[in-house]
Design a protein around this ligand. Structure first.
Ligand code: AMP
Ligand code: GLY
Length: 424
């Protein structure tokens, strides 16, 4: 088969790595990819957000199967357009991807289908939103309704912070049209976990659990990022809780989407808060998590590709995925300054040797090669150093041992990825 993976992050690198190991995979392309992906597969310089360009490439190249990584093209209808051109593609339609693309769509959906989530209200008027905050108080959570590149959520500890977030979205247009409405949510406390399922429109199978560290600083402090590291499994989700999550969240969601005429196919990723009153939905994503995918792919023992194809074909019910019994940890190396301003173009050295090391895989995010072959940082999140071990502690030790050999003074990373699991 000729396959195209769409995207350019470490998630897509991990997907390419897993797909290329499949006996069904003939030629694998990635658009646009990055310097690390280019070492493994053929990178094509397309803009992942330019739907006609991606579809035309697939038609011209006779691509058999497309796997879409990021949410933007999903929400904007890449899958629908590929299907119209007769090309098979893994991911939800634009209508089904609303589960990620519109927070208010998902909140209303949860109300209709009794899916446990934080209480909320939606506002387009800045004055009304500000008045609501005065009445409700803090802590409280303000969310831009639409896709805001991971920057649309403010967990406000004070009324002043909440007011700033509301004014930014509704008065100052900080998020463009994604922020023309805000969802204001009850603040939930507990431990977070990422729960992914493959879905074929009707059936779902859970992937291994994972947990993300979103905050930039050690001890989960400081501003939120796209994710500074992950580990799998997430001990907070045991077998009993897995069954509860399938029954109370995933299955009613899949049935509800199908009943409402928007059947969901692809990977559904529930961000959950495990509160003292049981799990609550924080958000749905219509795609694989990043950096969750990096740890999941390292632990996956089964062939990923036929499972993805079964999602599209509605044939998931007979599938069973096998996972490494051990644990995986991914530590993200980012450019100094991230998630604020950072510089591009610093040189990363002594990394190529590491790819031969057993139990360690380096997935690239923002990297490019200079004309003389040097590896350069080209983004906020740059590398995902991902390692297996018998348990989280040993996977963590393997990841940090690999990092200690990388020579990149302009980069930084958290030194405590996995701490909650180890403490437990
Ligand atoms: P999101 O972009 O929706 O993933 O939100 C980013 C982060 O904000 C989540 O991972 C949580 O840590 C936090 N968050 C979102 N909603 C809530 C909530 N209702 N209560 C507490 N924390 C939240
Ligand atoms: N790990 C967070 C996300 O992919 O949204």
């Amino acid at each position: 088969m000729k396959i195209l993976v769409v995207g350019s992050g470490a998630r897509e690198h991990a997907l390419c790595w897993a797909i290329s190991a499949s006996p069904l995979c003939g030629t694998l392309y990635c658009a646009p990819g990055n310097a690390g992906i280019a070492e493994d597969v053929i990178c094509v310089p397309l803009n992942a957000d330019n739907i006609p360009e991606v579809v035309q490439f697939c038609v011209d190249t006779l691509i058999d199967f497309v796997v879409v990584g990021p949410e933007g093209p999903l929400v904007n209808g890449l899958i629908d357009n590929l299907n119209l051109a007769g090309i098979k593609a893994f991911g939800p339609s634009a209508a089904a991807a609303q589960l990620e693309g519109s927070k208010s769509f998902t909140k209303e959906f949860c109300t209709r289908h009794n899916i446990p989530t934080a209480a909320y209200a939606r506002f387009t008027s800045c004055d009304k939103a500000l008045a609501y905050i005065q009445e409700y108080g803090a802590p409280i959570v303000i969310k831009a309704d639409g896709l805001a590149a991971g920057k649309g959520v403010t967990v406000a500890k004070t009324i002043i912070e909440a007011e700033k977030a509301i004014v930014a979205a509704l008065r100052d247009d900080a998020f463009g049209s994604a922020g023309s409405a805000v969802v204001i949510e009850q603040f939930l406390t507990g431990e977070e976990a990422s729960f992914h399922v493959l879905v074929d429109g009707e059936n779902a199978i859970p992937l291994a659990t994972a947990q993300d560290h979103k905050a930039v600083g050690e001890g989960d402090t400081g501003p939120n990022t796209g994710g500074m590291g992950t580990y799998s499994p997430a001990p907070v989700i045991n077998q009993e809780l897995t069954e509860q999550i399938m029954k109370e969240f995933i299955l009613p969601t899949i049935k509800g989407m199908a009943d409402e005429g928007n059947p969901f196919k692809g990977v559904l990723y529930a961000g959950l808060m495990i509160t003292s009153n049981g799990p609550k939905l924080i958000e749905y994503n219509a795609r694989f998590g990043d950096p969750e995918t990096q740890v999941l792919m390292l632990r996956l023992k089964s062939d990923l590709l036929p499972a993805l194809i079964a999602c599209v074909d509605g044939q998931l019910s007979n599938f069973n995925l096998r996972w490494d019994d051990g644990s995986a940890v991914c530590v993200v190396m980012a450019s100094q300054g991230y998630p604020g301003e950072y510089r591009k173009g610093s040189v990363i050295k002594d990394i190529d040797l590491l790819n031969t090391q057993e139990n360690v895989k380096i997935f690239h995010a923002g990297t490019v090669r200079s004309s003389d072959g040097e590896l350069l940082a080209n983004g906020g999140r740059v590398l995902g150093i991902t390692a297996l071990g018998t348990d989280i502690s040993s996977a963590q030790a393997n990841a940090y041992q690999a990092i200690s050999k990388i020579n990149w003074p302009e980069g930084f990373y958290r030194r405590d990825i996995g701490w909650r699991a180890i403490k437990n």
